[in-house]
Design a binder for this molecule. Structure first.
Ligand code: ADP
Ligand code: MG
Length: 793
């Protein structure tokens, strides 16, 4: 139903003979059931003039032939009304009149000027269409009209209001634009809305008047131009997003007359050329369309064929009226017109229903539907629902998912209610979790693979050797730490002993202390629950952490150094100097800022003086006076100000110089103390290590321990830089202490860094209780130190 395949319907209309015209011989055989036929007889004297056409009788078939007396209403009813009905239904339609000048094209399409009954197809169609629109209340219609004139391949908008004021040539040309889908659009052709018949008729009248104005005897516009009056209708059922759009072209073509070329010797040649070039291209298009298997149709050759592209072999119901003058002298033109009509009658068109869906209307509809559904949902659930979950809801969901994932009960379910948003969120959340674990799995796998790859024997043995050495180092470290712990315990016991001696009565205190000491024998037990928890997680993390950081000092050694540092007498000096240095540095910074301020001020004052000079110079030129030659009191004042600031500057600068000397001195001092401290520690550490070697059996140690001394010292070396920078984390440019550190790291003899492999991880003893104790101890010490470091800064 949406497509109508049809050949172009072709009608003929014979114009009444003028008073002084001699009639040619013709006959009309009008049969209601079949096609009508028209016979034209060429008189013998005339036929002799033709070279190739010796025939006398020519017969042509038409849909219907309107003879001289046929009235406009009859023509409208049989020719235009069916087309108008199709257009109202949403199909495109075209009616065009073709014939020589004076044959009645304009009379048929637009009508005669004298009588109301002479109204042509355009006014009658408009009347009919608006009548129908008014009758049909089931749809909303919009109607527009446009009126295009094509003259010499140029398009003009006959409804352009500027028409009256300007010449045809000065008006903006209507041009053809083709979109990617090869649809034709006309630029500069106005679409005027016409809400009723009267408005539409006014527009038609306006266009026709414009056409007459533009016409001069020279341009003969009415015979040489094509006029296309188009009615655009769009319709839509209320509430529907589907729009039907259709166009009805009512076309008054240029006169089809041809020039019969006169051959050598005055003979007429059969092939006559169109006066109007675009009609020539129209014929080419029609010939091409009538040919079978012709893929290229030369629509683009002329503007008229481009505009009427759909009407000719496209999406349109097209009708042609061949207008014929039947006087004797017009007989050959009439034959040409009829021949042209016969070709046109072969053209097949495929008219489709022009329906499109307005996305805006679809959106409006969908929005309405969504709102209705939301309301319904709100009714059912008792809750208003927005498109996004609230922060609170998201948190709740996170919790639900977590408990669900942690729940080992196979029967546990994740119940978020019948809310698609929540369900979707859960899936996304779980997906993310899965992806994350996949990534870490592959990481682990690739790690394992790379580890396995290295298990060719040599590499394996080397690795084993390294690990053994490392194990020995760590054993020593651990033993030293345990020794230190014991010493501390002993110190505390001594203190307790003294306490007991002085205040023998306080048994409660004694008891509590002894309990504490009892607990402290197992290193882990002297830490709070929180620390123990920290430790439990660190058991898994530490080896990885040290692997990642690489090349750092072993934690045990660092730990020992920290303790050593605190017990060392020089550490107080270091701390004091640090404080002093900080103070001095702050002072220097402050002074530096002030110096800058003064410098700026001086510059500013200088600028003012220059400004003053310029002003006075300008004044001296414009109005010379005695006063201007004298000293400027303002300038004098500025100069004394500058002098004062300069003095301040000098004083501050000297102060800063003094500070710098002091800072440098302090830095040197600290450097010395730190180097000494390090050396002392190294000596102590190696002594401890040797001691441990000698009384090894009692110590917690791995079964394979051998002499570790040389490597051990080596692994100690980066200690200095690492442990210092651990305690002072300040930006390098500002902190003199940090600056000092960098001096240490570059000035001391300990320049070489240990290869990462020798101190990358903490091998454990294998005895799980001992391991746990050691690690807990290390962790707790670190915590304390960190807190200390923070409170220092
Ligand atoms: P064309 O537009 O083809 O050049 P017109 O429509 O201007 O021809 O017709 C030329 C003259 O003949 C006009 O004066 C017109 O009124 C008159 N005429 C044409 N056809 C008819 C007709 N069917 N009945 C009466 N007069 C007609
Ligand atoms: Mg005309």
């Amino acid at each position: 139903a949406a497509m109508v395949k049809e050949t172009i319907r072709v009608y003929a209309r014979v114009k009444p003979l003028g008073r002084r015209q001699q009639a040619g011989i013709y006959s009309v055989d009008d049969d209601e059931k079949t096609l009508s036929s028209l016979e034209l007889i060429v008189p013998r004297d005339l036929a002799d003039g033709f070279v190739n056409n010796k025939r006398e009788s020519y017969k042509f078939k038409f849909q219907k032939i309107f003879d001289q007396e046929a009235k406009q209403d009859v023509v409208f009813d049989s020719v235009a009304k069916p087309v108008a009905e199709c257009v109202l239904a949403g199909y495109n339609g075209t009616i065009f009149a073709y014939g020589q000048t004076g044959s009645g094209k304009t009379f048929t399409i637009t009508g005669g000027a004298e009588r109301y009954s002479d109204r042509g197809i355009i006014p009658r169609t408009l009347s009919y269409i608006f009548d129908q629109l008014q009758k049909d209340s089931s749809k909303v219609y919009t109607t527009h009209v446009s009126y295009l004139e094509i003259y010499n391949e140029c398009g003009y908008d006959l409804l352009d209001p500027r028409h009256e004021a300007s010449r045809l040539e000065d008006l903006p040309k209507v041009t053809i634009m083709e979109d990617p889908d090869q649809n034709i659009h006309l630029k500069n052709l106005s679409l005027q809305q016409a809400t009723n018949e009267e408005e539409a008729l006014n527009l038609l009248f306006l266009g026709d008047t414009n056409r007459v104005i533009a016409e001069t005897p020279m341009n003969q516009a009415s015979t040489r131009s094509h006029c296309i009056f188009t009615i655009h209708i769009s319709s839509k059922e209320p509430g529907s997003a589907t729009i039907r759009r259709s166009k009805l072209h009512l076309v008054d073509l240029a006169g089809s007359e041809r020039v019969a070329k006169t051959g050598v010797g005055g003979h007429l040649l059969t092939e006559a050329k169109y006066i109007n070039l675009s009609l020539h291209y129209l014929e080419q298009v029609i010939i091409a369309l009538a040919e079978k298997n012709r893929s290229h149709i030369p629509y683009r050759n002329s503007m008229m064929t481009s505009v009427l592209r759909d009407s000719l072999g496209g999406n349109c119901m097209t009708t042609m009226i061949a207008t014929l003058s039947i006087d004797k002298r017009s007989i050959d033109e009439s034959i040409s017109t009829c021949r042209f009509a016969q070709r046109v009658a072969l053209i097949k068109n495929e008219a489709v229903l022009n329906e499109e869906i307005d996305p805006r209307l679809v959106i409006v509809q969908l929005k309405k539907e969504i709102q209705e559904l939301k309301d319904e949902l709100a009714l059912v659930t008792g809750k208003q629902r927005t498109s996004e979950l609230s922060q609170e809801e998201l948190l709740q969901l996170d919790e639900l998912i977590e408990t669900f994932l942690e729940d080992n009960d196979p029967d546990s379910t994740l119940d978020v209610g019948a809310d698609m948003r929540k369900i979707k969120y859960c899936f996304i959340h779980v997906k993310q979790l899965m992806n994350r674990s996949k990534i870490s799995d592959t990481k682990l796998l690739s790690q394992r693979i790379s580890e396995e790859k290295g298990t060719n024997k040599e590499a394996g043995e080397e690795e084993l050797k390294k690990l053994k050495e490392l194990l020995q180092q760590r054993d020593s470290e651990i033993n030293i730490l345990v020794n230190m712990l014991k010493k501390e315990k002993k110190k505390a016991q001594d203190a307790l002993f003294q306490l007991n001696a002085t205040s023998a009565g306080s048994t409660v205190l004694e008891k509590s202390l002894s309990i504490n000491l009892e607990e402290s024998q197992s290193p882990s037990s002297c830490f709070s629950l929180k620390e123990a928890k920290d430790f439990s997680s660190s058991v898994h993390r530490l080896p990885l952490l040290s692997r990642q950081t690489g090349g750092k000092m072993s934690l045990g050694c660092q730990e020992a150094f920290e303790v050593f540092k605190q017990d060392h007498g020089d550490s107080i000096t270091i701390e004091d100097n640090k404080e002093l240095l900080k103070q001095r540095f702050a002072e220097a910074k402050c002074l530096g800022e002030k110096l800058n301020e003064v410098r700026n001020k001086i510059n500013h004052l200088k600028g003012e003086i220059t400004q003053r000079h310029i002003q006075r110079a300008a004044l001296a030129v414009s109005s010379p006076s005695e006063e201007l030659n004298m000293l400027d009191p303002v300038e004098e004042k500025l100069r004394t100000q500058i002098e004062e600031e300069k003095n301040r500057y000098k004083a501050m600068f000297n102060h800063l110089k003094g500070l710098k000397v002091e800072i440098e001195h302090l830095q040197l001092l600290m450097e010395k103390v730190k180097t000494k401290l390090q050396k002392d520690f190294e000596v102590w550490w190696s002594e401890e290590a040797i001691n441990l070697q000698q009384k090894k059996p009692e110590m917690v140690s791995s079964p394979n321990t051998v002499t570790v001394y040389p490597q051990f010292i080596k692994s100690l070396q980066p200690l200095s830089t690492n442990s210092f920078s651990e305690t002072t984390r300040v930006s390098p440019n500002e902190d003199p202490v940090e600056k000092n550190n960098s001096i240490i790291s570059s000035n001391t003899a300990l320049k070489t860094r240990t290869p990462p492999s020798s101190s990358t991880s903490i091998p454990l003893t294998g005895d799980s209780q001992a391991d746990a104790d050691i690690l807990a101890f290390i962790k707790a010490r670190q915590n304390i130190l960190q807190k200390k470091g923070k409170s220092c800064q």
